[in-house]
Design a protein around this ligand. Structure first.
Ligand code: SAM
Ligand code: SF4
Length: 338
């Protein structure tokens, strides 16, 4: 592979000319739910304490990305980011960076009702909350925990605290909740949330994903159109993973993240940092670059930036889910940061 051209110093560019400005940071691989499409009932072998980046290490790496590599968006995720003890301090430290990045968080919503005001005060701009069903029993079966009411309360709490626009992420599974697309949209419209469906991807720890049974974007749109007039959203999509439609004449919108059937790798602007300090150029990458080791060995900011740029330069053109040679990454989604 050729070396990263010096002329591109200051940005995370790859060989295909894509520039990464959106950093996803996983704060933990642990979770307090057990969504069937994500992890097994017994959980996973979690990262040990010393493997995890400390709060100051996370903030330092985010600072390097913002100050030296042109990152303008920081999204905290996991595992479940709300269970990270130092979350508020991390958010506040990232909000103090200049130029200040936009800061968001993807969460399952448990505990969000209580934490939302403090997160807002710390500098969080908005949240994405995962909600796959409106039915309490289905939720309990799907997540293996009876916590549906907490998620709904978390959504409301986030809106009250001004973490807006509040977005909902929904994954549909055949025979489980694939009859709920219109009801989820009705719920989101009623409460002023923005709904996005995510096609299920081969990133589950159990390797249970099956292309032939996954619910596709086309099916989701067909189901929605039975009840709602949808028109293509004229807003420029840019690097956004979601394709969006206006509901009626707008301004309400609904999105579909069709990573499998309509991949958007050509416009990808994401770079990822795992909870144990590995840079990944893609959710589906099979290579990682160890920034934790470099950081703990005394690397200065310039060296960390150089390593990050090298990692991104090697980003592959696409995720290759449709290639016969496709191999699911060793880390599941919960350990990468979704
Ligand atoms: N625990 C938080 C949550 O559930 O929002 C953040 C981490 S979770 C891995 C991030 C998002 O990835 C969630 O919206 C979840 O539904 C989605 N997700 C998890 N496994 C997935 C899979 N195999 N395919 C598609 N989306 C998945
Ligand atoms: Fe936890 Fe999120 Fe995975 Fe569900 S999708 S098990 S909430 S990490």
């Amino acid at each position: 592979m050729t070396a990263v051209p010096e002329s591109t110093d200051g940005v995370l560019v790859d060989r295909y000319g894509r520039v990464a400005r959106d950093l996803r940071v996983s704060l933990t691989d642990k979770c307090n739910l057990r969504c069937t499409y994500c992890m097994p009932a017994e959980g996973l072998p979690w990262l040990a304490g010393p493997q995890l980046l400390g709060d100051e290490e996370i903030v330092r790496l985010v600072r390097v990305a913002v100050e030296r590599l042109g990152v303008t968006e920081v999204r905290f995720t996991g595992g479940e980011p709300l269970i990270r003890p130092g979350l508020l301090g991390i958010v506040a430290a990232v909000a103090a960076l200049r130029p200040r990045p936009r800061i968001s968080l993807t969460t399952n919503g448990l505990g969000l009702e209580r934490l939302a005001p403090a997160l807002r005060t710390a500098g969080l701009d908005r949240v994405n909350v995962s909600l796959d069903t409106l039915d309490r029993d289905r939720f309990a079966a799907l997540t293996r925990r009876d916590r549906h009411a907490d998620v709904l309360a978390g959504l409301a709490g986030a809106a009250r605290a001004g973490l807006t626009p509040v977005k909902i992420n929904s994954v549909l599974m055949r025979g489980v909740n694939d009859d709920e697309a219109p009801a989820l949209l009705r719920y989101a419209l009623t409460h002023g949330y923005e709904l996005r469906f995510i096609e299920q991807m081969p990133l589950d720890a159990q390797h249970g994903w099956d292309r032939s049974t996954m619910v596709t974007a086309a099916e989701i749109l067909a189901a929605l159109k039975q009840e709602f007039p949808l028109t293509a959203d004229p807003t420029e999509r840019g690097a956004a993973p979601a394709e969006t439609w206006l509901v009626g004449d707008g301004p309400a919108r609904v999105g579909v993240i069709a990573s499998v059937t309509r991949p958007f790798c050509g416009d990808c602007d994401r770079t990822r940092l795992t909870a144990d300090g590995q840079v990944r150029a893609c959710l589906f990458a099979t290579e990682e670059s160890d920034l934790r080791g470099a950081l703990r060995a005394g690397a200065d900011d310039a060296e960390l930036a150089r390593r990050w740029r090298t990692a991104m330069w090697g980003k592959r053109a696409g995720h290759g889910i449709d290639d016969p040679t496709f191999l699911q990454p060793v880390r599941p989604m919960s350990a990468i940061g979704g």
